[in-house]
Ligand binder design. Structure first.
Ligand code: ATP
Ligand code: MG
Length: 422
């Protein structure tokens, strides 16, 4: 991407009504646009980060044999009445709308009913199960407070997966499989060390659900963490009898703040029974279907990564999710510098290294500040001065030293450095 051809500009200030640090940084860096409280649009840089996170999630979901779908956002009232989840007294954060005819519709906030109902047509016997489907889609929730930027949106991007199994055992086996896939995802986005499976409320059969909580001061949740065993308990359900049941000791736990980045819910046969779904087992007996749902907050993760890794100069993306790996800036109008920058831009692009090329006519200080604020992992600078010193200046976003790389080998060296980052 050439800065001269992009509409993106960084900002000195975030809007006065934006209180969340993640959204302030992302707005200033040119990643997102605030539509209203809890509602953000993704600009080119933001879209690339969101897509990178989604792609990591997609790869890990596909690796465990699940299939991607895209359910409708508009939902019929009748379907949700069957499971008693239409009433505002039961689910209090619905957005609802109406057809011109007056027929009421819901705006999808989760998709257990929709997925189960669509799959109903495909399930007859034990041979048709298990089924695992997921989607990556905007969800709509009329959240009471939306003051945390991307961490709590009224419109936000979620990965939601649903499993339909023949038995509790089959369900449990998948539950563990997806749990490890989740840990891989959180490692790949750079949060592996500080993300913990956490016992939480809800959940059929076992009596609890499993959240994935990332340690952070900005978290809304309080958890009790056993660092040694790498497992935690949400404060909501923290009590002696539970600790005993799951084999944790009060003395080994520390109280910490955390952000819920994902969760998995055993749903038993509650929804499938309510929707009249069954299958015939090997003996032709009618059996209930065991369901589970599994979420990850894609846009919440983006907000958390933005806020967690930032420093006083701006964003600092982990290389795996960074919108571009290299920020290339030419600082002089001399022909040799310009030609050297153009040549490197071309060869990095050919090598598949996502590069922002700052070819604008701006002061060096401006370009350095943008590279920092945007949080691009590697900064590569060329100027008359750098060419005299032997080539290009390379700097990592997370380090202060600058190294000089000869113009002749710069592309190859940058390709290698990018590879070693991811
Ligand atoms: P929370 O406890 O944070 O309200 P939840 O328990 O309602 O979330 P789910 O309905 O299971 O969450 O959604 C799955 C995932 O989607 C959550 O783990 C979280 O990462 C993300 N998520 C939920 N609500 C929001 C929101 N309003 N904005 C952004 N991400 C969200
Ligand atoms: Mg929750």
């Amino acid at each position: 991407m050439r800065r001269s051809q992009s509409f993106i500009k960084t900002k000195k200030q975030a809007p006065a009504d934006e209180q969340a640090h993640n959204a302030q940084l992302l707005i200033r860096g040119g990643y997102i646009h605030k539509e209203m409280a809890g509602v953000y649009s993704y600009l080119p840089l933001g879209k690339r980060v969101l897509d990178n996170i989604a792609q990591i999630v997609r790869e890990e979901m596909n690796a465990i044999g699940t299939e991607e779908v895209q359910m409708s956002v508009l939902q019929p009232k009748e379907l949700w009445e069957k499971t008693n989840r239409w009433d505002d007294n039961v689910v209090d954060n619905w957005f609802k709308t109406k057809l011109k005819s007056g027929t009421e519709l819901g705006v999808g906030l989760t998709h257990e009913e929709a997925v189960a109902d669509a799959l109903h047509d495909y399930i007859f016997s034990y041979k048709d199960l298990p089924i695992y489907v997921y989607q990556i889609q905007n969800k709509f929730r009329n959240e009471l407070r939306a003051k945390s930027g991307l961490l709590r949106g009224r419109e936000f991007v979620m990965k939601d997966l649903y499993s339909l199994s023949r038995s509790q055992e089959e369900h449990d086996a998948f539950y563990e499989k997806i749990s490890s896939a989740y840990l891989k995802i959180f490692s790949r986005v750079g949060l592996g060390d500080i993300t913990y499976p956490t016992y939480a409320s809800g959940g059929y059969f076992s009596g609890f659900s499993r959240e994935f909580q990332t340690l952070s001061e900005i978290g809304e949740d309080t958890i009790y963490l056993d660092k040694q065993k790498r497992v935690a308990v949400n404060k909501e359900i923290y009590e002696y009898s539970l600790l005993e049941k799951i084999g944790l000791n009060k003395e080994d736990l520390v109280e910490v703040k955390a952000v819920e980045v994902g969760n998995i819910f055993p749903l038993g046969t509650k929804y499938t029974d309510a929707l009249g779904m069954h299958f015939a087992d090997e003996q032709g007996q009618k059996k209930s279907i065991t369901m589970g749902s599994y979420g990850i907050g894609i846009s919440r993760l983006m907000g958390l990564l933005a806020e967690h890794f930032a420093d006083e100069h701006g964003l600092v993306w982990p290389a795996n999710v960074a919108p571009y790996k290299v920020y290339l800036a030419n600082l002089s109008d001399s022909e040799p510098a310009k030609q050297a920058a153009e040549a490197v831009y071309r060869s990095l692009s050919e090598a598949g290294v996502a590069t922002i090329y700052d070819d604008r006519n701006e002061r060096p200080g401006e370009k350095f500040a943008d590279a920092d604020l945007m949080g691009i992992p590697l900064r590569l600078v060329v100027s008359e001065k750098s060419l005299q010193a032997g080539g290009f200046e390379l700097k990592y976003r997370t380090k202060s030293e600058v190294e000089i790389i000869p113009a002749t080998s710069v592309s190859q060296q940058v390709v290698d450095k990018v590879k070693s980052l991811i």
